[in-house]
Design a protein around this ligand. Structure first.
Ligand code: MG
Length: 459
């Protein structure tokens, strides 16, 4: 049995306060106060989906009607970034609201965790699930975890009531399907994965419709190898990659439909985004960053700017296009703010709450964005400007030090074509000073990605 406050309990308690307030407040203010408190929150996280892979983000042949409708009914965030251009550190940033450099979830040698890794997200880190569970939320993680597959690092030991998914990337062997801590299928049949993840997510939503919940739904696709179910295979003009993305779109449609059917859509905030840009070295099996330069593994825009939509019917103004600089590290403070939970005060956070941006359209607070690769800062964005200190063309290419650094104006030049550093030495200097200020706040945590399980032990 859960001992959460049910939504009815909570609203009953809140109703007393509201009744007292309405005596002196005008009708509109009273209505504003009646907005759902402790809304449900869902983060749908895809793997390696590029900025240009949805029809609403410009893809000419991949059809994503559900995501397009989600954007039409909600907010499209066109300058939303991940904490890293590869899986593990990106997920660490999302889950903790902190840059991976602060929790050891990055390395210059091993970019991500592998099945022989002995490390994971440190127990000292607070995940969104831990924080929300403490605040009365039911919590579930469905899909790819990739923050440590040994029991102590698994979702059920990081604040989630339940887990169902592959604990790392779908190209890593063995590929087990795990329920909580138990392997239930190995190797998993990946053709049915998106469907089974979706069924699990729908089950959790339905079971928790009367109490606040947080669902972290992290798809294993369109990371390679690509698999679609029979219903989608061979259907997209874009080929198998398109089939896979169209099935993900179907899944999003199912989730939104379930919320509507249960009549909890107005109480539920849904974010849709991706963990990093498209894996361009996979050629036709990889996605597209659209007009952005670079892809997965790179700190060019295509590596870290991802297609993002927020949906909250009745609260977010439909068809909003938000061009503020926002990030996955903003999700943690946003979720806590929406829940009415206080931020922990014993550590540094890198995110800002987007609550007012979603509710009232207020400009997001972020001015600076750091593009880390491993433990190093490769680039920095400040307002429309982006300064590159080191660049790397693709996933496996060598890094190139840019001396002097290269400067681009992203609002004018989203494809990063025209280096205008020579014309703006003052901007370059200002950003270099910002980097020094930022570095002074960072005490790097020892990397957790290089620890390995001894060969004679099974992970
Ligand atoms: Mg990824």
């Amino acid at each position: 049995m859960h001992d959460y406050l049910t939504r009815r309990d909570y609203l009953k308690a809140a109703g007393l306060t509201l009744a007292a307030c309405t005596v002196s407040l005008p009708a509109t203010a009273a209505a504003a106060q009646a907005k759902p408190t402790m809304p449900n929150m869902i983060v749908i996280f895809t793997d390696d989906l590029g900025y240009g892979d949805l029809s609403s983000f410009g893809h000419p042949t991949i059809r994503t009607p559900n995501l397009d409708r989600m954007a039409a009914e909600g907010m499209k965030l066109t300058q939303f970034y991940t904490a890293s251009a590869v899986c593990t550190p990106s997920r660490a940033g999302l889950m903790t609201g902190r840059l991976p450099i602060r929790n050891g979830m990055c390395s210059d040698k091993r970019r991500v965790l592998f099945p022989d890794s002995a490390g994971g997200l440190p127990k000292t880190e607070i995940t969104i699930a831990t924080a929300l569970k403490k605040h009365g939320y039911a919590t579930s993680c469905v899909g790819k975890w990739h923050l440590g597959h040994l029991p102590e690092f698994m979702p059920t030991n990081h604040g989630f009531d339940e887990y169902f998914g592959i604990p790392y990337s779908n190209d890593m062997k063995p590929s087990p399907l795990v329920k909580n801590l138990e392997t239930i299928e190995e190797p998993v049949d990946q053709h049915t994965l998106t469907k089974r993840y979706t069924a699990q997510a729908e089950r959790f939503i339905t079971a928790n419709k009367d109490k606040p919940f947080f669902l972290y739904f992290a798809h294993s696709f369109p990371h390679v190898p690509l698999f679609a179910s029979k219903d989608f295979e061979g259907k997209s003009p874009r080929g198998l990659y398109g089939d896979v993305v169209e099935e993900l779109d179907w899944s999003v449609g199912r989730i939104l439909e379930t919320l509507k059917k249960l009549n909890i859509d107005k109480n539920t905030v849904v974010f849709f985004t991706s963990d990093n840009g498209p894996w361009l070295t996979c050629n036709i099996r990889g996605g597209s960053a659209g007009l952005l330069r670079g892809g997965k593994g790179s700190t060019w825009e295509g590596g870290m700017r991802v297609p993002t939509v927020a949906w909250w019917p009745g609260t977010i103004k439909p068809a909003t296009i938000n061009t503020d600089i926002t990030s996955t590290v903003d999700i943690f403070p946003t979720c806590l703010d929406l829940a009415g939970a206080a931020m922990p005060t014993d550590r540094i956070y890198d995110g800002f709450s987007l609550k007012e941006t979603l509710v009232s359209g207020t400009k997001a607070e972020r001015e600076l964005l750091f593009y880390y690769r491993g433990t190093k800062i490769y680039a920095v964005r400040k307002g429309p400007w982006k300064l590159h200190f080191i660049t790397q063309a693709g996933y496996r290419d060598k890094p190139h030090k840019q001396d002097p650094p290269m400067l681009f104006h992203l609002d004018h030049d989203p494809s990063e074509k025209y280096n205008i550093a020579a014309k703006h030495p003052d901007v370059v200097e200002e950003i270099i000073a910002d980097v020094e200020k930022h570095k002074a706040t960072v005490k790097p945590f020892p990397t957790q990605l290089e620890k390995r399980i001894p060969k004679n032990k099974k992970g």
